[in-house]
Design a protein around this ligand. Structure first.
Ligand code: HEC
Ligand code: HEC
Ligand code: HEC
Ligand code: HEC
Ligand code: HEC
Length: 201
C-alpha cells in the first residue's frame, strides 16, 4: 500500500490521536466525578423558604426537641412539619410587627399548611420510612447532621442510592426481626435491606 502521509506526519497524527483519546477519557472522568459530587446532589445548599426559619435558634438556643415540630417522625413515613399554630404558640406577640410572619397569617386564614421548600425530597420511585429507622435506634444526626447548629437547613449527605446501600449492606445494624420476616417470606438468605423492592415501588 502506498503511504498516505510521510512517516513524520504519520507519527504526529498518531500522537495527536493519543492525546485526543486521553483528553476524551479525562473529560468523561471529570464529568462523572462532577455528576457524583456533593454539589450535584444539593449538599450544603439551602432552599428558599417563605420564612427565614433557623434551627440554630429553635432547636439550638431555645432547645426545643425535634419532635415538638416534626411530630410524626417516630410513627410514620413522614417526619411531619409544624403547623402555623405551632409557631404562633410563641410568635403571636410579634404577629403584627414582623413581615417575616406573613406566610403564617396566610396559612392560618386559609387553613392550609405553610409551604416550606423541601431540602431532602427523594424521587417518587423511592420509598423511605422514618418510623422504621428511628425504631431501629438511628438518630436524626446520623442522616441529617447537626441540624440544631444550622441557621439555614441544608443536606449533609447526598441521599443517593449508594448512601442508603452503604448502611443497608452492613449486616450489623439490620434488625434480626426484619431478616427473619424476609427469610420466611422468600425462603432465601439475602440481605433484605439491600433488596431492590425494599426501597423501590
Ligand atoms: C420550632 C419548630 C422546629 C423544631 C424544634 C425543629 N424543626 Fe426541623 N424544621 C422546621 C421547619 C419550619 C422546617 C422547614 C424550614 C427549613 O427547612 O428550615 C424544618 C425543616 C427540617 C428539615 C428539612 C426538611 C426537608 O423538607 O427536607 C430537617 C431534616 C429537620 N427540620 C430536622 C430537624 C431536627 C433533626 C430537629 C431537632 C434537632 C428539628 N428539625 C427541630 C421546624 C422545626
Ligand atoms: C417555643 C417557642 C417558639 C416556637 C414554637 C417558635 N419560635 Fe421562632 N423564635 C423563638 C425565639 C425565642 C426566637 C428568638 C427571638 C430573638 O432572638 O429575639 C425566635 C425567632 C424566630 C425568628 C427570627 C429569626 C431571626 O433570624 O431573627 C423567626 C423568623 C421565627 N422564630 C420563626 C418561627 C417559625 C416559622 C416557627 C414555627 C415553625 C417558630 N418560629 C416557632 C421562639 C419560638
Ligand atoms: C436513615 C436516615 C434518616 C434518619 C435517621 C432521619 N431522617 Fe429525616 N429524612 C431522611 C430522608 C431520606 C428524607 C427524605 C424523605 C423523602 O423524601 O421521602 C428525610 C426527610 C425529613 C424531613 C422532611 C420531610 C418529611 O416530613 O419527612 C424532616 C422534617 C426530617 N426528615 C426530620 C427528621 C428528624 C426530626 C429525624 C430524627 C427524629 C430524622 N429525620 C431522622 C433520612 C433520615
Ligand atoms: C445509617 C443507616 C441507614 C441509612 C443511611 C438508611 N437506612 Fe434504611 N434502614 C436502616 C435500618 C437499620 C433498617 C431496618 C429497620 C427495621 O429494623 O425495621 C432500615 C429499613 C429501611 C426500610 C424498610 C422499612 C420497613 O418498612 O420495614 C426502607 C424502605 C429503607 N430503610 C429505606 C431507606 C432509604 C431509601 C434510604 C436512603 C435514602 C435509607 N433507608 C437509608 C438503616 C439505614
Ligand atoms: C436502600 C435503598 C435502595 C435499595 C435497596 C435500592 N435502591 Fe435504587 N435508589 C435508591 C435511591 C434513594 C435512589 C434515588 C437517588 C439516586 O438516584 O441515587 C435510587 C435510584 C435508583 C434508580 C434511578 C437512578 C437514576 O439515575 O435516576 C434506579 C434505576 C435504581 N435505583 C435501581 C435499583 C435496583 C435495580 C436495585 C436493586 C439491585 C435498587 N435500586 C436498590 C435507593 C435504593
Amino acid at each position: 500500500m502506498s503511504q498516505l502521509f510521510s512517516p513524520r506526519a504519520d507519527r504526529r497524527l498518531r500522537a495527536l490521536g493519543i492525546i485526543g483519546a486521553a483528553a476524551l477519557v479525562l473529560a468523561a472522568m471529570v464529568a462523572f466525578a462532577l455528576s457524583r459530587s456533593d454539589g450535584a446532589w444539593g449538599v450544603g445548599t439551602p432552599a428558599a423558604q417563605p420564612i427565614p426559619f433557623s434551627h440554630a435558634i429553635h432547636a439550638g438556643r431555645v432547645g426545643l426537641d425535634c419532635r415538638f415540630c416534626h411530630a410524626t417522625v417516630e410513627h410514620a413515613a413522614d417526619a411531619g412539619m409544624p403547623t402555623a399554630e405551632t409557631c404562633l404558640g410563641c410568635h403571636s406577640q410579634v404577629w403584627n410587627v414582623s413581615a417575616q410572619f406573613a406566610p403564617l397569617e396566610t396559612a392560618l386564614a386559609l387553613g392550609t399548611p405553610v409551604t416550606w421548600a423541601s431540602v431532602h425530597r427523594l424521587p417518587e420511585h423511592v420509598r423511605f420510612q422514618h418510623a422504621a429507622h428511628i425504631g431501629a435506634g438511628l438518630t436524626c444526626a446520623q442522616c441529617h447532621g447537626p441540624v440544631e447548629t444550622m441557621a439555614r437547613t441544608v443536606k449533609v449527605e447526598t441521599q443517593s442510592m449508594g448512601w442508603c446501600l452503604d448502611c443497608h449492606r452492613d449486616a450489623a445494624p439490620q434488625s434480626a426481626a426484619l431478616v427473619a420476616a424476609r427469610h420466611a417470606q422468600f425462603g432465601v438468605e439475602v440481605p433484605p435491606l439491600a433488596n431492590c423492592s425494599t426501597c423501590h415501588r
